[in-house]
Design a protein around this ligand. Structure first.
Ligand code: C2E
Ligand code: MG
Ligand code: MG
Ligand code: MG
Length: 283
């Protein structure tokens, strides 16, 4: 019967699926190889508090400096890593690197939090909390200095292991931001159960802010909702001064986007932050 079952499974695979599975396995192995070979890098994009005009946070965004493919952007490997399980290795590397980079920023007198992206599947592992807490400890970095960016889907089912990981992290001062807010399930009742610190309005809403009345209304409503619930709001993908003006008018808390800076390697981020600080001092 084993033979029969084996033969039967062939019904479920066509050539295209087999090829895709093979490609995913190759990419999975290549990611693990690349992590070992130190091919990944974190770039940082500043997040500006537009009420105080201070750069308060920097978002860490991963890049893969591949020996053959050149620079590979996260959208080309994160989704596969999420399915293959390599995301756990990536996520641990990211936190480790972000801790090292945090020390560099603090040594340069830059007082910011680092915001790191976390995939839902990273919360499935039972010992996620212990692993991350250990990374903070080993690097001697204060966990209060970190924000975890997650998506709404993390809250979509009541998984107790996941809830425990989140509340343990909150207990040691890690803050949480809902990334790509507005593009997910829009079942916002999770906001009543799970305290989050920030909502990041997805850049697709900001893109047409000046030309689409509906998007403008939605942005205004999200900002008002955040204020009513005591959740700070970050607008992603701000590229033009006109967008900033509207967001200021709506009393949004933070902006992030090419208008202020593209994501840059750590050394450039240090310069950008210093420049911003010196401009403020002369005001
Ligand atoms: P995200 O977390 O929503 O990050 C914002 C994305 O928007 C980044 O793309 C950033 O470069 C881009 N962006 C920033 N400002 C602007 C702007 O003004 N205009 C436009 N058009 N785009 C802007 P990136 O770096 O390619 O990252 C894509 C996604 O990959 C991220 O979306 C995040 O979901 C994921 N990602 C990145 N790094 C990591 C990581 O370390 N771990 C995990 N799990 N996911 C990551
Ligand atoms: Mg993000
Ligand atoms: Mg986003
Ligand atoms: Mg995202």
């Amino acid at each position: 019967t084993a033979k029969r079952a084996g033969r039967n499974t062939h019904f479920f695979f066509n050539e295209g699926m087999r090829e895709e599975a093979e490609q995913h396995l190759q990419l999975h192995n290549d990611i693990l190889r690349g992590l070992n070979a130190d091919e990944f890098e974190l770039h940082y994009q500043p997040i500006l508090n537009i009420k105080t005009n201070q750069i308060e946070k920097c978002e860490a965004l991963i890049r893969w400096m591949h020996p053959e493919k050149g620079r590979v952007m996260p959208d080309a490997f994160i989704p596969v890593a999420e399915r293959s399980g390599a995301i756990v290795n990536i996520g641990n590397w990211v936190l480790q690197q972000a801790c090292k980079d945090m020390r560099v920023l603090l040594d340069a007198d830059i007082d910011v939090k680092i915001s790191v992206n976390r995939s839902v599947s990273e919360f499935h592992s039972e010992n996620a909390y212990e692993t991350w807490e250990n990374i903070f400890k080993e690097n001697g970095v204060d966990s209060h200095r970190f924000v975890f960016e997650i998506t709404e889907s993390l809250f979509m089912d009541q998984n107790s292991a996941r809830v425990n990981v989140i509340s343990s992290l909150r207990d040691i001062g890690v803050q949480f931001a809902i990334d790509d807010f507005g593009t997910g399930y829009s079942a916002i009742n999770y906001l009543r159960t799970y305290p989050v610190d920030y909502l990041k309005i997805d850049k697709s809403f900001i893109q047409d802010l000046l030309i689409d009345e509906q998007d403008k209304t939605l942005v205004e409503v999200i900002i008002k909702m955040g204020r009513a619930l005591g959740i700070l709001v970050i607008a992603e993908g701000v590229e033009e001064p006109g967008q900033l003006e509207v967001l200021q008018q709506f009393e949004c808390d933070y902006i992030q986007g090419y208008w202020l800076s593209k994501p840059q390697p750590l050394s450039q981020t240090v310069s950008i932050c210093h420049e911003h600080m010196s401009k403020q001092n002369t005001l």
